[in-house]
Design a protein around this ligand. Structure first.
Ligand code: SF4
Length: 392
């Protein structure tokens, strides 16, 4: 057994009894009902996440410690993204034209209580490892698929040998250009990122990893070191963050997270609205909260630190981007825009192409003309007065 497997087995919290021993019985007044929540969805808190919990109810606790609110289902559903309906063969979801999701691992180092795939992960029966053949065959037959995303569960919890085999089989399918791995291992179990693992991954480029961090505290020294090892192995790193009530629904927390990710060589890729999953509804927050977070990032920090904010449409509609209102008005002649400070600017639309050619092919104008409509007339008048004085 590899060291990281031993660590996971020996130091994780994986039962209600261990949870009570660690944090005290006073934190868990209704053990029977809490056990029900655990029966619905596996419990495991990896050693790194156990060490990060500072107090009950903090952002790390909320992500991993089961809660009675999981039993209150309002409008959540088990498969909110309709992945099973878009599954032509076991373990494959094929929704988008040129890419497919391949579920290769039923387990994770820690189980996030908000998990969209909580109906499947944690139970080896539900992502059958013995049925990969039909998945490989499907991918080989569908030449339009040029991008395969390995997910689960967490693909990096597979043994080195198994992962090597899967990647090698995928690379034999010549129309697959890109392999992506979705993994929370850099956060949950950074000890898993070994030189041997990096040696395997570097054989199969172009290979990308989208990792998943939700709070700045998760960027621990071992996590940053693991991410550095992956980056040194030539793996471009992205991050998919889920917007979660009581965890990161705050512009300052998100800004710190995005900045820390960039410093750890990870490009923030998505912030997702929490999906409408049964058992995870207490994590939902409003779209307006997400838009405020994006407003707090765009312009106020590096553009590289600003991810796409999306809703993965309920029912399987795919990711739909959401943007704060930067466009005030579009007409044939101009576009009125609002910048990150709320000031308005006008961008002139290009003139009619044919008319321009007829007039000697003059280039259209693309100048930004600052206006200050957003400021009160009185303030503008004072400014004009000062300007006139200076000119005089
Ligand atoms: S690591 Fe990913 S798949 Fe596993 S429980 Fe967390 S969100 Fe779900």
């Amino acid at each position: 057994m590899a060291d990281w497997q031993k660590l996971l087995r020996q130091r994780s919290i994986a039962s209600l009894q261990q949870l009570v021993e660690k944090f005290g019985p006073e934190q868990f007044p209704d053990l029977d009902r809490l056990q029900q929540a655990i029966d619905n969805f596996e419990l495991r808190i990896s050693p790194a996440m156990v060490d990060l919990i500072k107090e009950p109810g903090d952002p790390i606790w909320r992500q991993y410690v089961p809660d009675l609110q999981e039993l209150e289902v309002v409008d959540g559903v088990p498969d909110s993204l309709n992945e099973d309906e878009n599954s032509p063969v076991p373990n494959i979801t094929h929704r988008y034209p040129d890419r497919a999701l391949f579920l290769v691992s039923p387990v994770c180092a820690a189980y996030c209580r908000f998990c969209t795939r909580r109906r499947k992960v944690g139970d080896p029966q539900k992502i059958p490892m013995s049925q990969f053949e039909s998945a490989f065959q499907y991918l080989a037959e569908h030449k339009e698929i040029r991008d395969v995303i390995l997910s689960g569960g967490d693909p990096l919890l597979l043994s080195d040998r198994r992962l090597d085999q899967i990647l090698s089989r995928l690379r034999q399918i010549t129309h697959i250009e890109i392999i992506r791995i979705g993994s929370r291992v850099p956060c949950h179990l950074p000890e898993r990122i070994t030189p041997e693992l990096c040696g395997i991954l570097r054989k199969y480029h172009p290979l990308y990893i989208n990792t998943h961090f939700n709070h700045p505290d998760e960027l621990t020294a071992p996590a940053v070191q693991g991410l550095g090892m992956l980056a040194d192995a030539g793996v471009p790193l992205g991050c998919q963050t889920v917007l979660l009530k009581g965890v990161n629904d705050d512009p300052d927390v998100m800004k710190e997270l995005m900045q820390k990710l960039l410093a750890a060589r990870v490009r923030p890729y998505y912030i997702y609205m929490c999906d409408q999953v049964a058992g995870a509804e207490h994590f939902k927050t409003t779209v307006e909260t997400g838009l405020e977070i994006i407003k707090g990032l765009r312009g106020w920090t590096s553009g590289l630190a600003v991810p796409h904010f999306v809703i993965d449409a309920p029912g399987g509609g795919g990711k739909i981007p959401l943007l704060p209102e930067y466009v005030v008005r579009i007409t044939e002649d101009e576009v009125v825009l609002r910048n990150y400070r709320g000031k308005r600017y006008v961008w002139r639309q290009p003139r009619d192409e044919e008319a321009l050619v007829g007039a000697g092919g003059r280039e259209p104008e693309y100048d930004f003309l600052p206006t200050f409509e957003a400021e009160p007339a009185e303030k503008n008048a004072k400014k004009a007065k000062r300007r006139n004085k200076r000119v005089a």
